[in-house]
Design a protein around this ligand. Structure first.
Ligand SMILES: [Zn+2]
Ligand SMILES: [Zn+2]
Length: 255
């Protein structure tokens, strides 16, 4: 069985594509994807997402403010309250994105530091989004003592040196459908080199549908395509990849 370690279940198309979240979960189950982590991106959207997923024992939540949403409503005590909910297994997504929003870098750094501090206090792992901000990301994780709570670099697109620095802090590396894209040659080499005991798989649904679904809206069932591609790259059996990434997920988030 497979785990989708990062999806945004509140952002899927429930008008045309899916008949409610039950339908998404059933499609995932039919593809042998049995556990999902639905990731929060703003405080305002969190209560609705939690309400959606709460009836399902096999769906977990995270709570945080995405670096590209740092100008959304924020209050530290509200983040703390939401993040303390028992179904919330991680803090994030948080991090830095200087590629799309260099102009909010200062606020991104402040929010990121606040998330790291909270994650360490609650002892819940961090879900990190980072783009074009390698050094600042590592500095904030190190200075905040993030090795105490650990976490994951999600939708990984950085180089091997960055992966190694993150793994030294006890972090896992999560690979999305980007790895299946023809032009992602550097990422394919990084994935080949990554140790399997640090690897997670994700869809980041509704974004980034893997080949052969590219261009369609992504959904958790498609994490199997990501897994199959990685298994082929690493020349291991798909069953082994499924088993190890599921075990890694549980070690990190369900400890
Ligand atoms: Zn992200
Ligand atoms: Zn995401």
């Amino acid at each position: 069985m497979f785990v989708d370690s990062h999806c945004h279940l509140d952002k899927l198309d429930y008008q045309e594509l899916h008949n409610g979240i039950e339908d998404v979960v059933a499609k995932a189950k039919a593809a042998n994807v049995t556990e999902l982590l639905s990731v929060g991106v703003t405080l305002d959207s969190f209560p609705n997402m939690l309400e959606m997923i709460e009836p399902f024992d096999n769906i977990y939540a995270s709570c945080g403010v995405h670096p590209l949403d740092v100008e959304s409503d924020f209050a530290l005590d509200r983040l703390h309250e939401y993040a303390s909910h028992p179904r919330v297994v991680a803090i994030g997504e948080t991090g830095l994105d200087y590629h799309y929003q260099p102009e909010t870098a200062d606020l991104q750094k402040l929010r990121f530091e606040q998330h790291v501090e909270l994650a360490v206090n609650l002892n819940k792992p961090l879900i990190i989004h980072t783009r074009n901000a390698r050094q600042d990301t590592l500095d904030i994780l190190r200075n905040g003592g993030a090795d105490k709570c650990g976490g994951v670099i999600h939708c990984f697109t950085e180089d091997l040196a960055f992966a190694q620095a993150a793994m030294e802090l006890g972090f896992y590396i999560s690979i999305s459908g980007i790895v299946t894209f023809r032009q992602a040659t550097e990422l394919k080499d990084v994935v080949k080199a990554l140790p399997i005991d640090r690897l997670l798989i994700e869809t980041d649904s509704p974004y980034l549908a893997p080949v052969p679904h590219r261009g369609k809206q992504n959904q958790p069932a498609y994490v199997v395509e990501v897994a199959a591609y990685i298994a082929q790259l690493k020349e291991i059996a798909l069953g082994e990849l499924a088993e190890k990434t599921t075990r890694n997920f549980r070690e990190l988030f369900l400890r």
